[in-house]
Write a protein that binds this ligand. Structure first.
Ligand SMILES: [Zn+2]
Length: 491
């Protein structure tokens, strides 16, 4: 069941209708007092060559972890010198011996849900959670908010509502749904980072899915202006014919979302990518069965990339308690053997990067009382925990922090063409996190910043603590939001 169980087509069209959204924008502008003129840009007397200097034995640059001094001016990394060079800054931060300075993570898969379902998650809470987890850029998904981001006015409304709320830098995906093919160019030109579509019911009725032939039609158009299509790849026919997920038994839920449904949909995306020459991306890969065909598509030179998520890499079906709806997500968390194959896929490059798919809802919608997997909302809240979760599992496998950061910062930044994010390098934004890799903590859902205190990781001990996060050279203080809104091709 989806929370908005209405299947009234009139309503589906209505909430996203551009005229209606324009009226919402006008109303919001009327009801919001005119913004104070922006305060003058701080022109505090520069008492040193750099605004901010980091000095440390463990700085994760593009040359690996090494001892360096980093100079930041006006939010940009402008100097990288050997340790002991003596860079002078208005503020100087000497890292402790157990701290590594890493580039802030770029999480390209976050559902913020505001406006419209702000009780599920909002810009302020989601971006605070991101900052606390070392994530300095998030790209917001086009659905679960109302309206969905499926036309120009809807993106304008999102930007308006997000204004002054974001603690980290924030970009937006557009949505590709039946009937909006002609709206995509406007979204693209307005700075959307690409377009998301589903190949089965999305979970919310106002964001309907594309059939494979429609996907192909959309890809042809997107290819003409080199835009990226990101796909939730589960096949609707396969899911319709699978057993129903009702009840609190996780194995029954797992059987209702078979690997075959993912495999079939991914095969469709691969072939439609081949036929159109479009750029595509497979979201939240769960079925490791699909790895060989993805590797084959890449070997053929198709411009297709793949992400997976911390929950598929750290959890396993065998350990999910019956009734544990905090673990429900689609596609589902599968068996331990599947998990091991996903790690292999990351290591051999078939999977390109890791994104959280942070997708919370209210506690009520998680049906905690009955634990019914057929009723509960599917989505896992984890944007604050992703780095520590993946690092905890990676270090057990002798995988380096450099590799983890590549999967969670530079690779996703490159795919969405963020030119100044994801690396600690000259000319890049000073988006940085101070990470204590050997520290550990116990996850307490109530202490996380996202809005509804539920996560499947509650009570787990994980390694790696983010002690401080900087966005464009400014420390995130969790009181004053300084995040900036990003546009594809500009930032
Ligand atoms: Zn998602």
């Amino acid at each position: 069941m989806s929370p908005s169980a209405s299947t009234d087509p009139a309503r589906i069209a209505e909430v996203n209708r551009p005229e209606r959204v324009r009226a919402q924008i006008a109303e919001l502008r009327r009801s919001t007092p005119a913004a104070e003129p922006a305060p003058p840009v701080e022109t505090a007397e520069r008492t040193a060559p750099y605004d901010l200097v980091f000095r440390g034995r463990r700085i994760l640059t593009t040359a690996g972890i090494t001892d360096r001094e980093i100079g930041v001016r006006a939010g940009t990394i402008v100097a990288i010198e050997p340790y002991g060079h003596g860079l002078q800054g208005t503020q100087v931060i000497d890292l402790a011996d157990d701290e590594t300075l890493i580039p802030g993570l770029v999480d390209t898969h976050v559902h913020i849900n505001e406006p419209g379902r702000t009780d599920w998650e909002g810009f302020a809470t989601a971006t605070k959670a991101a900052a606390a987890g070392g994530v300095t850029t998030v790209i917001d998904m086009p659905l679960n908010s109302i309206p969905s981001t499926v036309n120009g006015p809807a993106l304008e409304l999102k930007r308006l509502v997000a204004e002054g709320q974001a603690y980290v830098d924030l970009g937006f995906w557009g949505g590709a749904v039946p009937g909006n093919l002609n709206d995509l160019r406007e979204l693209h030109d307005a700075g959307a980072f690409g377009f998301k579509c589903f190949l089965l019911h999305s979970g919310v009725d106002e964001f309907p899915h594309l059939e494979p032939d429609e996907l192909e039609e959309y890809l042809r158009v997107l290819a003409s202006y080199d835009a990226l299509m990101i796909v939730h790849a589960e096949d609707s026919r396969a899911i319709d014919r699978a057993p129903q997920p009702d009840g609190d038994v996780y194995a029954k839920f797992l059987a209702s979302r078979p690997r075959g449904a993912e495999n079939l949909a991914i095969a469709e995306v691969i072939e439609r990518t081949r036929w159109t020459g479009a750029r595509t991306h497979i979201l939240h890969l769960s079925s490791s069965d699909a790895l060989p065909m993805l590797a084959s598509a890449k070997a053929d030179g198709l411009d297709i990339t793949v992400e997976t998520c911390p929950h598929y890499l750290t959890l396993m079906a065998e350990e999910i308690p019956n009734g544990g709806t905090a673990y429900k997500c689609c596609p589902p968390i599968r068996e331990i053997g599947n998990r091991e194959q996903l790690w292999q896929g990351l290591l051999d490059g078939t999977i390109d990067y890791i994104a959280s798919d942070h997708s919370p809802s209210t506690l009520e919608l998680k049906d905690l009382e009955n634990g019914d997997f057929g009723v509960a909302w599917g989505g896992i809240a984890s944007v604050q925990l992703g780095l520590s979760l993946v690092w905890t599992e990676a270090r057990r496998r002798d995988i380096s922090l450099e590799q983890v950061v590549e999967w969670m910062a530079s690779k996703p930044a490159d795919r969405v063409r963020l030119r100044s994010k994801g690396r600690l390098a000259l000319g890049y934004d000073a988006d940085l996190a101070v990470f204590a890799a050997d520290d550990a903590y116990v996850v307490d859902a109530a202490k996380l910043h996202h809005k509804n205190p539920l996560t499947p990781y509650h009570g787990k001990t994980i390694s790696g603590v983010v002690r401080q996060t900087f966005v464009r050279g400014r420390l995130v203080d969790f009181e004053t939001p300084h995040g900036r809104q990003l546009s594809r091709g500009i930032d």
